[in-house]
Design a protein around this ligand. Structure first.
Ligand code: ATP
Ligand code: MG
Length: 420
């Protein structure tokens, strides 16, 4: 679990702002659900025989009512619970998004943490393939506005439960024939959840898994039609995709379309976004049967990828550093600074870090002004103040040019200071 400290936290703020504005553009609305949910929600929602439920949840007993609770390992189940609990679909489908921390007890490694952050988008109450495509387009737009490159889209269809029954039998007999090649996890899941075996991370099992019967070959005509419709929309929108018949995703709640955005630049933790359709989850969580589709992005991985490709993420720097040579002028300085802030100028005010030592010399304050990154130093010199003026010193033009400004024309001054 990581602390996120300045100046790096600025890239988080930057990313979150980009996401908020994109979500508005796509008409997705923000939802905030609790970080703790009842354990039963995840067991029922994600599936008992999944990595998350079997070994990754932080669960504990509530002191009072002895209910078992879990730090959310993902947010779709919580969003669906909230949608059902608040009857949010009474007037039609809902497009929602969230951002926040998730918790999974995994082996920490690059791109894999125990507290990590996801941004997710969910469209609940819409059955059509255009929604599957809309979510993919939304993620694709995000890579574009972030300037991410080298991201590939892989898609697959998991069909419907009926399609999966026939595939399940074929899968079990295939794995039974190769029982010696299965690891412990796979053997345990052979009859409880054989599809999960295809999601193995074990490199020794990849060739076995690659040659396994493909779910795609068991899809009904309707499932195929849905998948074809998604693909045609992606083609029409100019989004490049690749079929990955092995893509099954980690949770049991998916059906029909599933997809991942992957990169080769992050080592083995290359999936930055995963999602798909989950038409049976709402019912599973106690609501009326309701179709839905969504995805989640791993924020740490996206930021690492941006870092990797050398993207320049703007850092927060103040417009102005206020230099206050004498404590006698603090009151007037603060009044002026507050007016400037109300007018939209970002101001970092000099403060001494030692008590009882005054404000420090002009020279040391200007040095601080310089290292703050501010474009201007605003100097509240005693002599200027007595004439109701202050000095603006340009810190970034190479020779520190100065000009004097009247405190009576604060609006004009604010315009100058913002312009950097
Ligand atoms: P993986 O196969 O890498 O374990 P997953 O299928 O468990 O991923 P999801 O539950 O679909 O992942 O979560 C969506 C995204 O969240 C992932 O694609 C990844 O970018 C990110 N993510 C998942 N687990 C972690 C983690 N422990 N640390 C950081 N990011 C994570
Ligand atoms: Mg995982």
């Amino acid at each position: 679990m990581n602390d996120i400290l300045p100046p790096n936290s600025a890239s988080w703020d930057w990313l979150e702002e980009k996401i908020r504005s994109l979500m508005n553009i796509y008409s997705y609305r923000n939802i905030r659900t609790p970080i703790v949910e009842s354990t039963a929600l995840f067991v029922r929602g994600l599936g008992e025989v999944t990595d998350i439920v079997e070994k990754e949840m932080y669960s504990f007993e509530d002191r009072l009512n002895r209910e078992n609770l879990t730090l959310r390992p993902e947010c779709t189940a919580g969003v669906v619970r909230a949608v059902v609990e608040h009857s949010m679909l009474y007037d039609g489908g809902k497009r929602l998004y969230y951002m926040g921390p998730m918790f999974r007890h995994e082996r920490p490694q690059r791109g894999r943490y125990r507290q990590f952050h996801q941004v997710g988008a969910e469209a609940i109450g819409f059955p059509g393939p255009e929604l599957d495509a809309e979510l993919i387009l939304l993620a694709d737009s995000l890579w574009k506005i972030l300037g991410l490159d080298g991201v590939r889209l892989e898609i697959n269809s998991l069909g419907q439960p009926n399609d999966r029954k026939a595939h399940r039998n074929a899968l079990i007999s295939y794995f039974e024939k190769n029982i010696d090649l299965l690891d412990d996890d796979a053997r345990r899941r052979l009859y409880s959840n054989p599809l999960r075996i295809l999601d193995t991370k074990n490199p020794d099992m990849q060739s076995l898994v690659n040659a396994a019967p493909r779910l795609l070959d068991f899809l009904s005509d309707e499932s195929i039609a849905h998948f074809d419709a998604v693909k045609s929309i992606l083609d029409a929108a100019g989004v490049v995709w690749k079929l990955n018949p092995r893509l099954v995703r980690g949770m049991d709640y998916y059906n029909l379309t599933v997809f991942e955005f992957v990169t080769d630049r992050l080592g083995s933790q290359g999936t930055i976004c995963g999602g798909g359709r989950y038409d049976y989850l709402v019912e599973q969580v106690g609501g009326k049967p309701t179709p839905a589709v969504g995805w989640a992005i791993g924020v740490e991985r996206v930021l690492e990828l941006l870092n990797e490709q050398g993207a320049i993420i703007p850092k927060f720097i103040p417009n102005v550093y206020a230099v206050i040579p004498s404590v006698n002028n603090i009151l007037i300085a603060i009044q002026v600074i507050q007016q400037l802030r109300f007018l939209g100028v970002s101001v970092q005010m000099h403060s001494s870090i030692q008590s009882g030592e005054g404000m420090g010399s002009m020279k040391s304050q200007l040095k601080k002004a310089d290292s703050s990154g501010a474009t201007y130093a605003l100097i509240f010199g005693e002599e200027e103040i007595s004439r109701k003026c202050l000095t603006v010193k340009m810190l970034r033009d190479g020779h520190g040019s100065q000009s004097e400004h009247s405190l009576d024309a604060i609006n004009d001054l604010a315009e100058i200071l913002k312009n950097c």
